[in-house]
Design a protein around this ligand. Structure first.
Ligand code: COA
Length: 295
């Protein structure tokens, strides 16, 4: 029987997307016809190959847990396009950027993951003024030049992982504010104050979560009280330092009991816990390519 730890383990898998042609061809065999057709519609063949690898990895990981064939899995999509497994209570999220992909899986709760390549040519301050809260933009502007691109990517991936966990898309972007401190990232839920040049728009309500806790006390910090769309709450966010030149993050509404991070190899080999879904990654201890950490 599975232990409670198994049931509350957040599993993260990251992997290279640029594989040898023979490996891509093998992975393509895990996709159903409609996903092969989607891969073939990319204008750049490289993008189609990356799509194939990412979606084959996702199907293989999920199918192993469900004792199903990867190409037989069926997905449904939320109003903003968030995919979910049809008829199976297993939560997952996929992200891919340039040469790398990231997949998160949790047996009980929604999650969002994001991986982004750090792009050299971005106008990070312009984008921050457009998409970030005033406080986030000010934090970024105060960084030394050489640290700003990394800071931008860290903020961006934390925000986007939250957007993807929430599933409602860009309309709720200003419900979340990221604080990057010495202890790592924190997320604040609020109708964040936006930069002056941004036009306001009515915010959809945030669902109240009973486990909500407030991390900061405005009275003590000297900040003006905020008008919240829902009680302040703190989500679990974890930044992932996976490989040079990329930022990545994962978000869940509640902290999991354990987090495992596995790098998948270029072959289609899978870690033992995936081949044997009843085994606990946390209890069994990590395979060589795995790091395990408490949240
Ligand atoms: C889904 C979304 C949130 C992420 O897009 P992205 O960064 O381009 O792509 P990612 O690789 O991280 O994620 C894509 C995957 O997420 C999943 N996905 C799609 N819609 C989703 C949604 N609404 N919620 C969660 N996951 C979603 C899919 O598996 C998708 O894979 P696919 O495109 O190969 O089918 C995108 O639709 C979006 O709205 N982006 C807004 C970007 C932005 O301005 N962010 C501001 C951050 S400050």
């Amino acid at each position: 029987m599975a232990s409670a730890g198994t049931l509350d383990t957040l599993e993260l898998y990251w992997f290279a997307l640029d594989l040898a042609p023979a490996a891509v061809a093998g992975l393509r065999g895990l996709l159903p016809a409609e996903e092969c057709a989607r891969a073939d519609r990319f204008l750049m063949p490289e993008h189609g190959r990356r799509f194939t690898v990412a979606h084959a990895r996702l199907r293989a990981l999920l199918a192993a847990r469900l004792h199903a064939a990867p190409r037989e899995l069926r997905f449904t999509h939320g109003p903003q396009g968030k995919p979910a497994l049809e008829g199976a209570p297993l939560h997952f999220n996929l992200s891919h950027s340039a040469g790398y992909g990231l997949i998160g899986i949790h047996p009980q709760r929604e999650l969002g993951v994001d991986i982004e390549i750090e792009r050299a040519q971005l106008d990070v301050l312009g984008l921050a003024r457009r998409f970030f809260t005033a406080r986030e933009a000010a934090w970024l502007a105060a960084l030394p030049d050489e640290a700003r691109r990394r800071g931008f990517s860290r903020l961006w991936t934390c925000k986007e992982a939250w957007l993807k966990a929430d599933g409602r898309g860009m309309a709720v972007l200003d419900h979340v504010e990221v604080e990057l401190g010495a202890g790592g990232a924190r997320l604040r839920m609020e109708a964040a104050r936006r930069c002056p040049e941004q036009s306001g728009h009515p915010l959809p309500p945030i669902e109240a979560r009973p486990q909500a806790t407030s991390g900061s006390d405005p009275a003590k910090s000297g900040e003006p009280p905020r008008t919240l769309a829902a009680p302040a709450q703190e989500w679990f966010v974890r930044e992932l330092d996976l490989t040079a030149g990329y930022a990545a993050a994962v978000v869940q509404a509640e902290p999991p009991a354990a987090v495992t991070v596995v790098r998948l190899g270029t072959e289609m080999e899978l870690p033992p816990a995936v081949l044997n879904p009843s085994a606990s990654l946390a209890a069994a201890g990590p395979p060589p390519s795995t790091t395990t950490s408490a949240p």
